[in-house]
Design a binder for this molecule. Sequence first.
Ligand code: ADP
Ligand code: MG
Length: 552
Amino acid sequence: EMSVEKHVFEADVAKLLHLMVHSVYSDKNVFLRELISNAADACEKLRYEAIVAPQLLGSDPAPRITLTLDEENARLIVEDNGIGMSRDELVESLGTIARSGTRAFMERIEAAQGKDGAQLIGQFGVGFYSAFMVADNVDVVSRRAGSDTAWHWASDGKGSYTVSTADLADAPARGTRITLHLMDDAKTYTARWTVERIVKDHSGHVPVPISIVEKPGAETVQVADGTALWTKQKSEISKEDYTDFYRGVAGQYDEPALTIHFRAEGRHEYTALAFVPGSKPFDLFDPDRRGRMKLYVKRVFITDEAELLPRYLRFVRGLVDTADLPLNVSREMIQESPLLASIRKGLTNRVLTSIEKLAESEPESFAKLWENFGSVIKEGIYEDFERRIQLLALARFRTASDDTPRGLSNYVKEMKDGQSAIYYLTGDNLAQLQASPQLEGFRARGIEVLLLTDPVDSFWVTTAPDFEGKPFKSITQGAADLAGIAKQNSDAAASETSPAVAEFVTFAKATLGDAVSDVRTSDRLTESAVCLVAPEHGPDRQLQKMLQGAGR
Ligand code: ADP
Ligand code: MG
């Protein structure tokens, strides 16, 4: 007697499913790309495990994905001979939301109050659960490589699912078979030309061959050959090819802002294909978020945990394929290998020079890239000592008088006579900074002040080196040194301290006592009477606030 366990979906899954089923989003095709991408991942995981355990491949070593169309029963079956899932893996993978990206995505959907939720699904892949956009029942039968038990997961996507053992005779010998019971308005997914077109458009570059079986029992027809895109010559690859590949590897549905494809030759040889996404992923600031560059050895996927790029480029998506590592390399060995260091260096340089070139040749595209990822790239100013000048030169900033972000070279070029520092003001948002009385004296003299609103800004400015010989200086800190710079529409107010002011300063010092370390006259104000400033050395006002907030 077979036992059937019933499970309730984790709350977030139930929410996501509800949203998918009720979304009016028209491009339901995305579900197929998601299932194919999972099938391909499963084949790659198996190839990797088989390096040390070749018996897992048995008599069926070639990876494959098969789509069986069953018009009569309104079913579409997606089957792979990859790694498969054990019972626990089924429950873990298809009952919870494991990806931090999906969780962040859910938060966005909730914040949007269902308004553009449908659009968000279209823009970002949401994985396996997208099957319920087209199916009212889904069966997953899976047998993990090397296991003599197969499992059956089934759900109508309405809050619960069941798990039971499956008859071995009805299960794939290895891998996973997903049967979609198509809804009435999704029967088109049993039409050969529809499915073939979607595969070619969206999954033509997965590194596993894909075949279609037109009806159960019919012969298999291969529709994609599993040639890895990155192994082709650049001249053979169209812009659309790159975009499709990017969408698969990044799990996004937009256009890449930058495509970087090169082969490194010399002491270390490798091929890299990397993309800067065209929009900001939801989980960019998730503390768990790591880079997701994949490492391949001779086209075998090894890991997406090797640190192929520094943290401040963690938004870059893509892969590196090399023949210079042994296939059975351990993850620890990778981390220590000189090859990895060389890839990291070469790839970082290529990514940064590509961004620099974009800044020169397409300032508008670059402005968008900076808007999306600048706050992450700036982490490099204090994390990557060697490249901090290069990163400072790349950075763009809003200033007190100009809403269009500008670079530091431009700032330095337009400095006023007698101005010796790059002035900045940090805070939580632009409106608050624009209203700061600290800016008055600077505005009156036509001196630009960088307005820094990203949390990371408070950190890098304190360690930043001089830029083109000019130090960074917080306008809330120390003396403002503005006396030597002429006011623009000066009404010749004496900058000498009048006796009345001197008397007031004495009074204020006596009254405030230990609450302040000093009271002095300042050139930084023109309209306001007083403001607080931080000492010359030590954290500026915003950093003090942040450190207090962090309980330090
Ligand atoms: P993601 O692919 O980003 O991890 P998905 O929702 O697409 O998210 O899939 C969730 C998990 O389910 C996968 O990470 C994988 O562990 C498992 N999974 C899904 N499909 C398959 C499959 N065909 N073979 C093996 N495991 C699978
Ligand atoms: Mg997936």
